[in-house]
Design a protein around this ligand. Structure first.
Ligand code: SF4
Length: 223
């Protein structure tokens, strides 16, 4: 797969989809700790719900490891309930805060000043932080050479026939295709998955990528 293919796909999507970066919870923050927390909250729920959970945390001042570790029992859970799986997510956020307090005296700076591969490994040593969550942080904050794959991106890649397999394989193949514009491609593919290439009822007949999509051509023929 070539970079030219990536440019072609991305250009067509950019001409058809309006991107509002503020709709992506992980893109709303510049503070590295908050980017990781926002990404944990976004697991298995919509950005809208995780944005509400972040706003609740901000209202309570739960925006740094110290405040989270000092918060009364149940307060964090209550604040993030709207994002679903809140007990598990609260445990992960507390484990992250504890990790930063114990190993770095509460300052995430030294942790993320390491090479991106070490940061990835360290983040993934915390229960509840998987490949996708780590990669979102690495891409958004460090512009590391990674390509986070969510359900929209996996579906689009498979339908277009440009990447198949497990997370690692799809991520690697998409990184090759979109390497120079990986952040834009990540965001635009998700926006495209929400508007055109939806899980149910994709808008294939109006899709800007129809001529390069066998799945879409079959889908249009059947209708
Ligand atoms: S043609 Fe249909 S299936 Fe193919 S990328 Fe477009 S919306 Fe998705």
């Amino acid at each position: 797969m070539s970079l030219r293919l990536g440019d072609e796909i991305l250009n067509r999507i950019m001409q058809s989809v309006k991107l509002d970066v503020s709709e992506f919870v992980s893109a709303r923050y510049r503070d590295p700790f908050l980017i990781i927390v926002a990404t944990i909250l976004s697991q298995n729920t919509s950005d809208r719900n995780s944005i509400k959970a972040m706003q609740n945390m901000e209202r309570l001042g739960l925006t740094n490891p110290q405040a989270i570790m000092a918060s009364p029992p149940g307060e964090l859970e209550k604040a993030i309930r709207v994002s679903g799986m809140y007990r598990q997510k609260a445990r992960t956020i507390r484990d992250l805060a504890r990790h930063i307090m114990t190993n770095y005296g509460g300052d995430i700076g030294p942790m993320i000043s390491k090479g991106w591969k070490d940061v990835r490994e360290e983040l993934m040593s915390i229960k509840g932080i998987g490949e996708k969550t780590a990669d979102v942080f690495l891409l958004f904050y460090m512009n590391a050479p990674v390509f986070p794959v969510d359900t929209h991106i996996k579906r689009i890649a498979s339908r277009l026939g440009i990447a198949h397999g497990d997370y690692k394989k799809v991520s690697h193949e998409l990184l090759e295709i979109f390497f120079n514009k990986r952040l834009e491609a990540h965001l635009y593919l998700i926006a495209f998955g929400r508007s055109y290439c939806r899980a149910r009822s994709p808008l294939c007949s109006r899709c800007p990528l129809l001529d390069m999509c066998d799945y879409g051509k079959t889908f249009v023929k059947q209708r």
